[in-house]
Design a protein around this ligand. Structure first.
Ligand code: LMR
Length: 400
C-alpha cells in the first residue's frame, strides 16, 4: 500500500550532517549544523550541566512521574525570568503564561498552532532569509507564510529600509517572526535604535511579535544584553509570543528543552490562553520530558551554578569570536579576492559568507567541507587547526 510513496529530500541543514557522516575523508569538516565544538573539534557538555545532573542523580526523592501538560512549573517560571528580567511587570502581574516545549522548534510549533486557532490574522511574516525550518513549521501549523526583506547581499548587512517598508505594508494584526538575537543564518541583527523603530512601527500597526530566541548569550556573551530587544517589546505593555531554546546556550541539543511564553494584557487572559495551549499540547505529545527541564531549573535557580553557566557561555561565545578573527586573517593572508570584513562583523554562531551554491558544492567535493548550500558557515564548528583548511577551500572557490 505504500509503494507509491516517493523518497523525500534530506533536510537542508541536518542533511548536511548525513552527507558528512558518509564521507571517509580524514580532513572532512562539518560546518553545517549550528552545534558548538571545542578547539579539539569535539561536542561539549558544560561542566555546570554535569554538576546539575549529579545533583539530580543524588536526589533520591526524584521520581519519573508524568509532568503536567505545561511542563515543569519551576522551569517555566525561571525561563520567563531569564528572558523578561527579574523585575518584569508582566511577570509580576501574572500576565505571562509559559509552557515547557520541545526546544525551539516545539515552542514555535505550539505557538503557531495556538495562533492558527485563536488569532484573527493567520498570516506570519518571516525574514528573508531565515532558518530553513521556519516556513515549514508555520505552514504545517496552518498559518500563511509571507516574507519581509531583511538581508542586503550588497552590504552583507541589514536591509532596514526594506524591512520597514514590508512591515508597513503588512495587514494589521499580522504575525511577525523576529529573531531575538544572532539572526540565523545571516549573523546580522538590528541595532537597539533600529529595534526601537521596529517596535514602534509594529505596535502602531497592531502587528503581533513572535520572537524566536535560540541564541541568548551567544550574540554578545551577555544574557541580559541579548534579551534587550524582547524586553523593549514587553516594557510597552503589549502582547507577544516567545520561543526559547536551551540547545545552544546550555549545550542541551539532544535534551530538546525549550519554552513558549505568551505575554497577555491581563492575568485572566493569560489563564485562558494557557488552558488553550494545553489543548494544543495534549494531543500532540501529551506532556514534555522531565530531564532537560530539571537540568535547566537546577542551574537557573542556584546562584553559583548560574554564575558558572554565564562564564562557560561567555567562553563559548568568545571562542567563536576568535574563530571569526582567525578566518578573516587567514583569507587576508592568502589575498583572497573580496571584502571579508563581514566575517568579523556578523554575530552569533554563523557567518553568512556570500559564497554561492556552486562554490559551496566545489568546497564539499574538493575539500570535504560540509556547509549549507546558502553559504552559511557554523563558526562554532571551526578550530584553530581547521581554519587554514577552510581558508584554502574558500580561496580556491572564489578564485575559480
Ligand atoms: C541550525 O540552524 O543549524 C540549528 O538551528 C540546528 C537545526 O535544527 O537546524
Amino acid at each position: 500500500v505504500f509503494s507509491h510513496v516517493v523518497r523525500g529530500p534530506e533536510d537542508p541543514i541536518l542533511g548536511v550532517t548525513v552527507a558528512y557522516n558518509k564521507d571517509p575523508s580524514p580532513v572532512k569538516l562539518n560546518l553545517g549544523v549550528g552545534a558548538y565544538r571545542t578547539e579539539e573539534g569535539k561536542p561539549l557538555v558544560l561542566n555546570v550541566v554535569r554538576k546539575a545532573e549529579q545533583l539530580l542523580v543524588n536526589d533520591r526523592s526524584r521520581v519519573k512521574e508524568y509532568l503536567p501538560i505545561t511542563g515543569l512549573a519551576e522551569f517555566n517560571k525561571l525561563s520567563a525570568k531569564l528572558m523578561f528580567g527579574a523585575n518584569c511587570p508582566a511577570i509580576q502581574e501574572n500576565r505571562v503564561t509559559t509552557v515547557q516545549c520541545l526546544s525551539g522548534t516545539g515552542s514555535l510549533r505550539v505557538g503557531a498552532e495556538f495562533l492558527a486557532k485563536h488569532h484573527h490574522q493567520r498570516t506570519i511574516y518571516i525574514p528573508q532569509p531565515t532558518w530553513g525550518n521556519h516556513p515549514k513549521i508555520f505552514t504545517l501549523a496552518g498559518l500563511s507564510v509571507k516574507t519581509y526583506r531583511y538581508y542586503d547581499p550588497a552590504t552583507r548587512g541589514l536591509n532596514f529600509q526594506g524591512l520597514v517598508e514590508d512591515l508597513n505594508s503588512a495587514p494589521s494584526g499580522a504575525i511577525v517572526l523576529l529573531h531575538a538575537c544572532a539572526h540565523n543564518p545571516t549573523g546580522v541583527d538590528p541595532t537597539f535604535q533600529q529595534w526601537e523603530q521596529i517596535r514602534k512601527l509594529m505596535r502602531s500597526k497592531g502587528l503581533m511579535p513572535f520572537f524566536d530566541s535560540a541564541y541568548q548569550g551567544f550574540a554578545s556573551g551577555s544574557l541580559d544584553a541579548d534579551a534587550q530587544p524582547v524586553r523593549m517589546f514587553v516594557a510597552d505593555g503589549g502582547e507577544l509570543l516567545l520561543a526559547q531554546s536551551y540547545a545552544k546556550n546550555m549545550g542541551l541539543y539532544g535534551e530538546r528543552i525549550g519554552a513558549l511564553s505568551i505575554v497577555c494584557k491581563t492575568a485572566d487572559v493569560a489563564g485562558r490562553v494557557e488552558s488553550q495551549l494545553k489543548l494544543v499540547i495534549r494531543p500532540m505529545y501529551s506532556n514534555p520530558p522531565i530531564h532537560g527541564a530539571s537540568i535547566v531549573a537546577a542551574i537557573l535557580k542556584d546562584r553559583d551554578l548560574y554564575n558558572e553557566w554565564t562564564i562557560e557561555l561567555k567562553a563559548m561565545a568568545d571562542r567563536i569570536i576568535s574563530m571569526r578573527q582567525k578566518l578573516f586573517e587567514a583569507l587576508h593572508a592568502r589575498g583572497t579576492p573580496g571584502d571579508w570584513s563581514h566575517i568579523v562583523k556578523q554575530i552569533g554562531m554563523f557567518t553568512f559568507t556570500g559564497l554561492n551554491t556552486k562554490q559551496v558544492a566545489f568546497m564539499t567535493k574538493e575539500y570535504h567541507i560540509y556547509m549549507t548550500s546558502d553559504g552559511r558557515i557554523s563558526m562554532a564548528g571551526l578550530s584553530s587547526k581547521t581554519v587554514p583548511h577552510l581558508a584554502d577551500a574558500m580561496h580556491a572557490a572564489v578564485k575559480r
